[in-house]
Each structure stands twice: as structure tokens, then as C-alpha cells.
Write a protein that binds this ligand. Structure first.
Ligand SMILES: CC(C)(COP(=O)(O)OP(=O)(O)OC[C@H]1O[C@@H](n2cnc3c(N)ncnc32)[C@H](O)[C@@H]1OP(=O)(O)O)[C@@H](O)C(=O)NCCC(=O)NCCS
Length: 218
């Protein structure tokens, strides 16, 4: 078994925020935007829209942690689910699942979500993180391998487990700072979107006035 040292932090800076129940709809929209093959890679079966709805409705935001990356249009372009064991005797274990929309892949978001999830898991006292992937899933397997996970291939499926080092002051501070940055970033995106909506509303009003003048010949 490989003992991890501190997982090397990636150089990609991206605000990742912890998602709550108010994000359910966006989570469902994100997962439903995945094509059949991606759904198969993510869930281990080609989940249909209804199954995704059920999964989303069933998310337990108190027990688990869901992380997300939003773009400027407030579209959830990447998300990860850190699922803690339901078995009270296995509270030190968690499973990681992730998805990134096709248009946002290859930018390091998957790896960053993994890194963020491991910091949170450590801070929650988890010492073993599991990842279940299909053997064909090169990107996911790379993420796990780069972090120092032990891979066990069984035909078309590969299980990975990563032993985590205990939390430190640094891991706790890192998580707090990253969450604050992500919350601020999200608020700014919401403000920017509201402002653009306001501007386009004004444009419509102006256009309406112009059209009215035109018709009345003023
Ligand atoms: C797996 C997935 C999350 C990766 O997301 P991503 O943001 O594109 O990944 P990253 O950009 O962080 O890349 C991670 C590593 O994989 C490599 N990689 C990315 N896409 C790759 C591809 N298509 N083929 C081979 N390697 C690839 C990257 O080079 C990087 O490795 P490196 O750091 O050694 O260079 C994304 O492909 C996805 O959502 N797939 C569908 C759902 C899924 O498979 N989930 C995982 C199972 S839970």
C-alpha cells in the first residue's frame, strides 16, 4: 500500500465551492448534460435522466460533501461527490466521484477537485479514499495515480485507494481560505449576471420606446 505524503498541489488556481441543497437543480443539469458514455464512466452504468434526478434528490449534503466549479454564466462545469461511508464503523473511509463537462476538460479541473476533496477528507478524519473507475478511463486513473493511489485492476474495472495523511493546521487553513475565495467568486458571478440581466432588460425597454416612437411617427 502506498502511503501518501502531502498530495502535491496543482498550479491551476480555480475557485471550488462546497455545494448545498440549493444547488440540486444545477447538479442535475450538469449530470444530464453528460453523454451516455460519460454517464457510464461516472456511475458505472449509463444512467438515464430519471436515475440522475433520483441520484440528485438523494444527495445527503449533511453527510457527504459536493464540490463544484462554476463558469461566468453560472453553469456548473465540473463537480465532485465525496461520499462518506454510511457504516458508522467505517467513518474513516470515503469514496470520490467526479465529472467535468466535455468543453471544460483537460484544464486540470478534475485533478483540482480531487485535491480539494482529499483536503476536506483529511480534515474530516478520513484516512482512506476510494475511487472506482473503468480501466479505459485514462484521465481518472491518471488523477488517482498522480496522487499516489494504489491501483488494483480487475479486467474492465480498476479500484484505486489512497491512504491520506492526518489533517494539519495547513490543511485546515487551506480549506478555509479556498472556501472563502470560492464563495466570494460565486457571489461576484451572481452579481455580474444580475447586472447583465438588468442591462439587457434596459436594452429591451429602450428598444420598445424606439419602436413606439417609430410607429407614432415622433
Ligand atoms: C475523468 C474526468 C473527470 C477528467 O477531468 P479533466 O478535468 O479533463 O481532467 P484533468 O484536466 O484534471 O486531467 C487529469 C489528468 O488526466 C490526463 N488526461 C485528461 N484527459 C485525458 C484523456 N482523454 N486521455 C488521457 N489522459 C487524459 C491529464 O493530462 C492529466 O494528467 P497529467 O496531470 O499527468 O497531465 C473527465 O474526463 C470526466 O468527467 N469524465 C466522465 C466522468 C468520469 O469518467 N468520471 C470519473 C469516474 S468517477
Amino acid at each position: 500500500m502506498v502511503e501518501t505524503k502531502e498530495i502535491p498541489r496543482s498550479s491551476v488556481i480555480v475557485p471550488i465551492r462546497s455545494l448545498g441543497p440549493s444547488h440540486r437543480e444545477r447538479i442535475a443539469a450538469h449530470l444530464q448534460a453528460l453523454d451516455e458514455h460519460d454517464r457510464y464512466l461516472r456511475f458505472g452504468y449509463p444512467a438515464n435522466d430519471e436515475q440522475i434526478q433520483r441520484y440528485t434528490q438523494g444527495l445527503d449534503f449533511d453527510r457527504d460533501e459536493i464540490f463544484g466549479i462554476y463558469n461566468r454564466k453560472l453553469e456548473l462545469i465540473a463537480m465532485a461527490h465525496l461520499a462518506f461511508s454510511k457504516d458508522p464503523g467505517m467513518r474513516s473511509c470515503a469514496e470520490f466521484g467526479v465529472s467535468v463537462l466535455k468543453k471544460a476538460r483537460g484544464r486540470g479541473y478534475g485533478a483540482r477537485l480531487f485535491e480539494r476533496a482529499t483536503i476536506h477528507a483529511r480534515n474530516e478524519g478520513v484516512d482512506m479514499l476510494f475511487i472506482h473507475a473503468l480501466t479505459e478511463n485514462t484521465a481518472m486513473i491518471k488523477i488517482a495515480r498522480n496522487a499516489g493511489a494504489t491501483l488494483e485492476r480487475a479486467g474492465s474495472e480498476t479500484d484505486a485507494h489512497l491512504r491520506l495523511v492526518p489533517a494539519t493546521l495547513d490543511s485546515r487553513m487551506t480549506e478555509m481560505v479556498e472556501e472563502q475565495i470560492a464563495i466570494t467568486d460565486y457571489r461576484l458571478k451572481v452579481q455580474a449576471r444580475n447586472f447583465w440581466d438588468f442591462l439587457s432588460g434596459m436594452q429591451e425597454v429602450r428598444q420598445g420606446v424606439r419602436d413606439g416612437r417609430h410607429k407614432s411617427g415622433n
